[in-house]
Design a protein around this ligand. Structure first.
Ligand SMILES: [Zn+2]
Length: 277
């Protein structure tokens, strides 16, 4: 084969390589802000331990989390300035409704107080509850952009969905359960989350490793950390997870839900990012 043919083959090979990169949109492994995976650390129910234990543990490692606030809960009402400080430090104060209503009529829901039973509420009442919580949170942190986490993962009130009444007010909605999505699978109207309750570090590490291997957005859902809630994880296990995320920081983008969701919306375009109304 002569030199001209060889150089033509080299050029053809280069073109094929460039075209394959264009076709995939991005080279493998950089879907998540130039990293292989995204992790969001979310903490529900506005607990004292989130202020006293979790936020300092995150900040010591240069990490930011999302704290889903039910503003009627006592640790929020008693410590508004502490929550404001968390927001000032860069954490997201997400919306978890004013009063935390949940479906009380199903099996295993005997603990739901009758006055907070969604089966007896209207969709409009839940929507008003959520929108008022947004106003209150804006008064605390000055922000207009945040995400919503449905209490108990419930989306019906009196048998009707309340989501369409509030969805436009949020960057994204976090649900409970489901499989961590790949970039192309993300539905900003229903972001899955991995509920942590009594898990070992080995289990949490396996979730992170899987997200890295398969290039997924893993959202951890915590309540208590070292106590204060019936759904709980040991403080040492939580620390080990944060240390592991720090160790993997070249591969994992750790950011609040709102930050990752805004990144996805910008990359995909707002209409593409949401699959459900
Ligand atoms: Zn909750």
């Amino acid at each position: 084969m002569d030199r001209v043919k060889l150089s033509r083959l080299a050029v053809a090979g280069l073109i094929v390589t460039v075209l394959s990169l264009v076709n995939t949109g991005a080279s493998a492994g950089d879907s998540w802000n130039h990293k292989r995976a995204a992790v969001s650390l979310t903490y529900d129910d506005s607990l004292n331990v989130h202020i006293d234990r979790v936020a300092p543990a995150l900040e010591a490692r240069d990490l930011l989390g999302t704290f889903y606030i039910t503003s009627f809960f006592e640790p929020f009402r008693a410590r508004v300035n502490d929550w404001r400080r968390l927001a000032h430090n860069g954490h997201e104060l997400g919306n978890h409704t004013l009063f935390h209503p949940c479906e009380g009529s199903g099996p295993g829901r005997g603990w739901v107080s009758p006055h907070l039973d969604l089966s007896k509420w209207t969709a409009q009442r839940v929507a008003d509850n959520i929108l008022m919580n947004n106003t209150l949170l804006e008064a605390v942190d000055g922000r207009k952009e945040r995400t919503l986490a449905f209490p108990c993962g419930d989306t019906l009130a009196g048998g009707a969905s309340y989501l369409d009444r509030v969805e436009s007010e949020f960057v994204a909605l976090r649900s409970v359960g489901g499989t961590a999505p790949k970039f192309t699978e993300v539905d900003l109207a229903a972001i899955p989350s991995y509920m942590v309750n009594g898990n070992s570090f080995a289990d949490l590490k396996a979730q992170v490793d899987n997200a890295i291997a398969e290039e997924r957005w893993l959202v951890f859902l915590f309540h208590g950390v070292g106590g204060e809630h019936s759904l709980d994880v040991a403080a040492e296990v939580h620390d080990q997870l944060l240390d592991y995320l720090q160790l993997k920081r070249e591969q994992v983008w750790v950011a609040p839900t709102v930050t990752v969701a805004k990144y996805i919306a910008a990359e995909k375009g707002p209409a593409e990012g949401r699959k459900t109304p």
